[in-house]
Write a protein that binds this ligand. Structure first.
Ligand SMILES: [Zn+2]
Length: 114
């Protein structure tokens, strides 16, 4: 299922031919005594699929995750190089509230010279 989404999204080089690479730095937070779950860097380059939906790291969360697609496509539209923000997971877990997880992200995009 998820693999199909990724394939359907096309390659970065097809979707965003002006982009040479994208780095997404994410800090995952959970609603818990130790709020920082992990820090992760994800790199995209032209031969990778343009799939910018990150999984929620909380066990049992369904349909959750953090979709950076619109943030990234808007950045590319205006040729923006970096952006910071926060997203809440909108997935649901029976036992947990909807604000069970969030990320702080920092996106850096490099563009081709031509
Ligand atoms: Zn979640």
């Amino acid at each position: 299922m998820k693999k199909q989404c990724r394939l359907a999204s096309g390659l970065v080089s097809e979707q965003f031919p002006r982009v040479s690479d994208i780095v997404i730095r994410m800090t995952y937070y959970q609603k818990a005594a130790i709020p920082i779950l992990m820090v992760r860097n994800v790199n995209f380059w032209p031969s990778r699929h343009a799939y910018f939906k990150m999984d929620c790291m909380i066990k049992g969360c369904s349909d959750g995750g953090f979709d950076l697609t619109s943030v990234i496509s808007n950045m590319i539209k205006i040729h923006k190089k970096s952006e910071k923000g926060k997203l809440l997971c909108n997935g649901t877990i029976d036992a947990l509230a909807s604000d069970h997880a969030s990320i702080a992200y920092q996106i850096t995009i490099r563009y081709n010279k031509t």
